[in-house]
Ligand binder design. Structure first.
Ligand code: FAD
Ligand code: SF4
Length: 474
């Protein structure tokens, strides 16, 4: 094997250098660095074009990864960006927030022994570079005269808007928040995804003709019936916002916070749109305990570090190997000084009307259940009290379908997920003009799968409207 034939022997897997820990924890800036000149091409040249593109199959969007890596290797940045956009309406965002170790890179042929191609980082830096050079995705169809309303400007709604506008459909997006992005803006903290990146994507979509109507809650400020009457179709990308409540005694004490409220309050503070009722606690010099082990919990612990907490503990009832979130986020949290307490189940939040004093936990041992999943079981007599001034609960989210959907015959599953595709087109609800996708259909999931749903729902809407699209867009 020669280095000429197999450049992966010459160029080892290298991610762009991240901002060093002492610098990153004093602010909220993105920790991702960029590749130096030529490094992205060298890294792209590591792809062996193995003929079985497991990476593409493991990418929910089916990105044509080997093909765009070849273009990057040849220095054809705009062509690579165009190919990325054929399958992915938000490549610079997925490149930043996808758990690549569980998706594309986890299945790269080089992963065992040589280190996977840095697919996510290349997707990110190439799209950043192309947009910075002024490249923009093309509109493929002339205006068709058809109009679609999109409810929710999260990744599902943005992806649907991108496909529809490029297919010649006029798109009005409505969101109750004051900025676009959904959880990209108000959930995922800026050290993972800088808000200027979401803002730039908003400008790209506005440049294509998408109209954003922000600060409007459908069902409160504007009736859903108006959208159904005024538009040819409606896409619902409204997310999942109902907290999972573990029912812990003491959860009503002052000093106990819900994860997303905490993150939203901090996001608003950073965006300069803080509200008096946000309730962001002052963490300076405080002991913070975060309960939960998913991506949201990792975002909370890392935010708490940056807000000046004296000590941050993460309590999770399984072991590290069974954590649901991305491994890279656990590593980042640990590098930034977070203490992990694995195999600990919270039993009670301790304190009184004056505030939180601690969390009582029990040690757990893991027993395989009949599905093979490790079920934590508390060990009798192992209770201990962890000191805490602030407790943040992060046990996940469930879909939160609004009451008014029922009046339109839109059915939900028992857990609140919107039912789609039962009859008719994929992503179509029981109302023929209404489509849905993202977390409101799947339950809390990933950005990349919300993007997939928005893209594919747009395909169904275009089919419903009888529009033919000339190129590979849909
Ligand atoms: P959302 O992003 O939730 O967007 C829904 C939008 O609909 C919101 O803007 C909301 O305001 C709007 N809306 C709802 N109802 C109405 C209404 N009636 N009228 C008007 N507007 C309405 N995934 C990853 O892949 N990587 C990560 O690192 C990651 N980190 C995460 C961190 C946190 C803290 C959280 C909570 C989630 C994270 N996720 C991550 C999951 C990911 O953010 C979601 O799966 C994704 O955002 C879902 O997209 P969506 O468009 O379906 O919904
Ligand atoms: Fe990988 Fe996500 Fe990009 Fe797909 S969208 S190639 S899974 S980083």
């Amino acid at each position: 094997m020669s280095e000429k034939t197999f450049p992966f022997l010459k160029f080892h897997r290298e991610l762009p250098r991240e901002v060093p820990v002492p610098v990153r924890i004093v602010g909220f800036g993105e920790i991702n660095g960029s590749y130096a000149n030529g490094d992205a091409a060298d890294q792209a040249s590591r792809c062996i074009d193995c003929g079985n593109p497991y990476c593409s199959w493991s990418c929910p969007l089916g990105n044509r990864i080997p093909q765009w890596l070849k273009l990057v290797k040849e220095g054809r940045i705009e062509d690579a960006a165009a190919l990325m956009h054929e399958t992915n309406p938000l490549p610079e965002i997925c490149g930043r927030v996808c758990p690549q170790d569980r998706l594309c890179e986890g299945d790269c042929t080089l992963e065992e022994g040589f280190g996977a191609v840095t697919i996510g980082a290349i997707e990110r830096v190439v799209t950043d570079e192309a947009l910075q050079r002024g490249w923009r995705p093309a509109v493929t169809n002339a205006p068709t005269g058809r109009r679609v309303a999109v409810v929710g400007a999260g990744p599902a709604g943005l992806a649907a808007a991108d496909r529809l506008i490029r297919a010649g459909v006029a798109v009005d997006v409505f969101d109750r928040y004051e900025e676009v992005g959904g959880l990209l803006t108000f959930g995922i903290p800026p050290f993972k995804l800088e808000k200027s990146v979401v803002r730039q994507r908003r400008e790209v979509l506005e440049g294509l003709g998408v109209q954003f109507n922000l600060g409007i809650e459908i069902g409160r400020d504007l009736a859903f019936a108006t959208l159904v009457a005024d538009y040819d179709a409606v896409f619902l990308g409204t997310g999942a916002y109902r907290y999972v409540d573990a029912g812990l005694p003491g959860r009503q004490l002052p000093g106990v916070h819900a994860a997303l409220d905490f993150l939203i309050a901090n996001a608003r503070r950073l965006l300069g749109s803080a509200r008096t009722d946000d309730g962001l606690p002052d963490l300076t010099g405080r002991r913070v305990v975060v309960l939960g082990g998913g991506d949201t919990a990792m975002d909370c612990v890392r935010t708490a570090v940056r807000l000046g907490a004296a000590r941050v503990d993460c309590v999770y009832r399984r072991d590290e190997a069974n954590m649901p979130g991305s491994h890279k986020e656990v590593k980042n949290a640990r590098d930034e000084g977070v203490q992990f307490r694995f195999n600990r189940q919270p039993l009670e939040i301790l304190g009184d009307a004056g505030g939180v004093r601690g969390v009582r936990v029990a040690e757990t041992r893991l027993i395989a259940d009949r599905h093979g999943r490790a079920r934590p079981e508390p060990v009798a007599g192992s209770e201990e009290d962890l000191p805490a001034d602030i407790v943040i609960q992060s046990f996940g989210f469930l879909p939160s379908p609004p009451d008014w959907l029922a009046a339109f015959g839109i059915a939900t599953e028992a857990d609140g997920r919107l039912r789609v595709g039962a009859a008719g087109l994929p992503y179509q609800t029981a109302h023929p003009k209404v489509f849905a996708g993202g977390d409101n259909v799947r339950g809390a999931d990933l950005v990349v799968r919300a993007v997939l749903d928005g893209r594919e729902a747009a395909r169904s809407i275009v089919a419903l409207l009888g529009i033919s699209v000339r190129d590979a867009l849909l």
